[in-house]
Design a protein around this ligand. Structure first.
Ligand SMILES: Cc1cc2nc3c(=O)[nH]c(=O)nc-3n(C[C@H](O)[C@H](O)[C@H](O)COP(=O)(O)O)c2cc1C
Length: 186
C-alpha cells in the first residue's frame, strides 16, 4: 500500500498551539478540487475557518459535545457541503459520492503536508446552514478537523486510550468477492 494511505489515520490529540500555513491550507482544497465527479459536475463546496476566527467558532459550535472535547485544538475546521442541483434546478448526479472522493483527496493531501485530518459526522447540519447562510440547494455533509499531531497526553483519559488502540479492519476475504456474493476473491 502507498505510504500516503497507510500513514493516514484519525487522531484526536492535536497541538493547540500549532498553525498551518496558507499554502498548506490552500493545497488541501486544490487536492479536493481535482477529484472525479459524475459528468465533472463538481458538487462539493467547502467552509473553512482557522482557529481563532469567526468561521472556526461557527463550525466548532455546531459540533456534538464529544467532538468539541478535542477538535477545538485543530488548526483549522472545515465543513464539506454538496450542492444538490444546478442553476436550472436539475438534480446533480451522486453528489455525496463526489464529495467523499474530494474529502479523501483533501485528507491525503493533509498527510502529504505532514498534517493530520479527522473527519466528523457528529455535528448539526442545521446549525451550519443557519450560521453560514447556506442556500436551500446546499447541504453540509462532513466536518473535518485539520492540524498538527500532538501527544495522547493532551486528551482526557478515555480518548487517550482510544488514541493508542490498535487500528483494525475487516479482512479482504469479507470484502472482495468473485463469481458470487460471499465467494472471497482473496
Ligand atoms: C463519515 C465519517 C464520520 C465520522 N464521524 C466521526 C465523529 O463524529 N467523531 C469522531 O471522533 N470520528 C469520526 N469519524 C472517524 C472514524 O471514527 C474513523 O475514521 C474510523 O474509526 C477509522 O479510523 P481511522 O480513520 O483512524 O482509520 C468519522 C469518519 C467518517 C468517514
Amino acid at each position: 500500500m502507498h505510504p500516503l494511505i497507510s500513514d493516514r489515520w484519525s487522531p484526536r490529540a492535536l497541538d493547540p498551539a500549532a498553525d498551518i500555513t496558507d499554502a498548506q491550507l490552500e493545497s488541501l482544497f486544490e487536492a479536493a478540487r481535482w477529484a472525479a465527479s459524475s459528468g465533472n459536475t463538481q458538487p462539493g463546496r467547502w467552509l473553512v475557518g482557522r482557529r481563532g476566527s469567526q468561521a472556526f467558532t461557527q463550525i466548532f459550535d455546531a459540533l456534538r459535545p464529544g467532538n468539541q472535547s478535542w477538535a477545538g485544538a485543530a488548526s483549522a475546521l472545515i465543513v464539506g457541503c454538496v450542492v444538490t442541483e444546478d442553476e436550472t434546478g436539475r438534480s446533480l448526479p451522486m453528489p455525496d459520492y463526489a464529495l467523499g472522493l474530494s474529502a479523501q483527496n483533501l485528507v491525503l493531501q493533509a498527510v502529504a503536508e505532514g498534517l493530520v485530518a479527522h473527519q466528523m459526522g457528529g455535528f448539526s447540519r442545521e446549525d451550519i446552514a443557519s450560521s453560514f447562510g447556506l442556500p436551500p440547494t446546499a447541504q453540509a455533509v462532513i466536518a473535518i478537523a485539520v492540524g498538527v499531531l500532538g501527544p495522547p497526553s493532551l486528551l482526557p483519559d478515555d480518548l487517550a486510550a482510544r488514541e493508542v488502540a490498535e487500528r483494525v479492519r475487516k479482512p479482504l476475504s469479507e470484502l472482495v468477492f468473485t463469481d458470487k456474493w460471499g465467494n472471497a476473491a482473496f
